[in-house]
Design a protein around this ligand. Structure first.
Ligand code: HEM
Length: 406
């Protein structure tokens, strides 16, 4: 333990001034103490790729706390703790066998076929939004595209009427605030109140779908059964809420990070413009370079060795995904953004049993957006500096002023 490193980690976790560029601090941490037990809380912080991946993939020794769902992130002194009762705890915070059962049930309603079938629709929705962008001159890309596109896509997939999304957005943002390292008592109270409203809303929607099922995820979940073991009503609500919330906040950040990063790297933008076969790889490189989720967490069940260090039982383990993705041990020249980089190591979607259920959908949306932006606009310009949301776990631009021209 060292006072200096404790201060460095507290800065990373709590200082909004770090959010625009946390990477130099990650590099310092990785080179000085890649497996670091903090002095101010019962936690270990990992910043190397191999260590983070090993922990995320090891569901025998690492998982989620069963007894108290305070969660792994909330170790900052003075941060409020979040308690979720069993009913409202999503599979993201569960362990096998409960996690296995729920994930199996939802995966059936979330097949590659269902995702691929959305492609023409994603193109159509993107073009609709870009028509407005073309008319506007200068726009905040987050409001014009990065938020509404994934919100509409996930609304369609889940079965949430589009008309309700503007009402739901701030409530969902209240809920995800508790994934940040240092929520306040106020954040937690707001999340609880918003959670109740969203749950009531989903229950009403379920009643509608029971009367009249549609080809959407909510109807599939309602009828889902596993060897006669049906999802309970509370489980359907929690699952719907998880997928809905996970489906747009993160993808909004991916789209915002992508346009921000390409504007910062005009040569790379020119390369992908000249060779569209680079579009999928560009999205992968954006995911590596600017991961939309920066912190993932686990809890240790047993004493376990990671990267040559002992991690004691009953501790939180924070994996810094943005640090892992830029680990020079696995990526050449990791601070270089390179759209032609071969074999991109990536922990941006996690790894192991909680690997992101929506990864293929997020990739699809990122690729369609890039393809359509390149096709429609020959000139991309930053109108003024990006303003980052003051959040590290779910990191992305809040305001991204751009001008596009054909
Ligand atoms: C670029 C966009 C996205 C990123 C970066 C992202 C990232 C992640 C990460 C890091 C995890 C692992 C959490 C853990 O290890 O505890 C995760 C899990 C999850 N993601 Fe995503 N996600 C994205 C988009 C989506 C979308 C579009 C959906 C839904 C349609 C989604 C649904 C989920 C769900 C349900 C889980 C929990 C899986 C489980 O616990 O088994 N995500 N995501």
């Amino acid at each position: 333990m060292s006072e200096e490193l404790d201060a460095l980690i507290l800065r990373i976790l709590t200082d909004p001034a770090v959010v625009p560029d946390p990477y130099p601090l990650y590099h310092r941490l990785r080179s000085e103490a890649p497996v670091y037990e903090v002095g101010f809380g019962n936690a270990v912080v990992l910043s190397r790729y191999d260590d983070a991946r090993a922990v995320l993939r090891n569901s025998t020794d690492f998982g989620n706390r069963e007894d108290d769902d305070a969660g792994p992130n909330r170790l900052v002194p003075g941060a409020a703790s979040v308690q979720r009762d069993r009913e409202s705890r999503s599979m993201l915070f569960m362990n096998p066998p409960d996690h296995t059962r729920l994930r199996g049930l939802v995966s059936r309603g979330f097949t590659p076929r269902r995702v691929e079938a959305l492609r023409p629709h994603v193109v159509e929705l993107t073009d609709e939004l870009l028509d407005a962008v073309a008319d506007e001159g200068e726009v905040n890309l987050v409001e014009a595209l990065a938020f509404p596109l994934p919100a509409n896509v996930i609304s369609e997939l889940v079965g949430v009427p589009r008309a309700d999304r503007d009402w739901l957005r701030p409530l969902v943002a209240d809920l995800t605030a508790t994934l940040e390292p240092n929520p306040s008592e106020e954040d937690v109270a707001r999340a609880t109140a918003s959670g109740t409203k969203v749950r009531e809303y989903i229950l009403d929607l379920m009643a509608e779908r029971r009367r009249e099922p549609r080809d959407d995820l909510l109807s599939t979940l309602i009828s889902a059964s596993d060897d006669g073991d049906r999802l309970s009503e509370a489980e359907v609500v929690t699952m719907t809420l998880l997928i809905y919330a996970a489906g747009f906040e993160t993808t909004t950040n991916l789209i915002g990070n992508m346009v921000h990063t390409l504007l910062d790297h005009p040569d790379e933008l020119a390369r992908v413009r000249a060779d569209r076969s680079l579009v999928p790889n560009t999205v992968e490189e954006v995911l590596r370079f600017q991961p939309p989720v920066q912190i993932d967490g686990r809890y240790t069940f047993h004493d376990t060795e990671v990267g040559g260090h002992l991690i004691r039982a009953r501790q939180s383990v924070l994996t810094f995904l943005g640090a892992a993705n830029r680990d020079p041990a696995v990526v050449d020249d990791p601070d270089r953004f390179d759209v032609t980089r071969p074999e991109i190591p990536l922990l941006s979607f996690g790894s192991g049993i909680h690997y992101c259920l929506g990864a293929s959908l997020a990739r699809l949306e990122g690729q369609v957006v890039l393809e359509r932006l390149l096709t429609r606009f020959g000139r991309w310009e930053r109108a003024s500096e990006t303003v980052w949301k003051p959040r590290l776990t779910l990191r992305g631009p809040g305001v991204l002023p751009v001008r596009f021209a054909a």
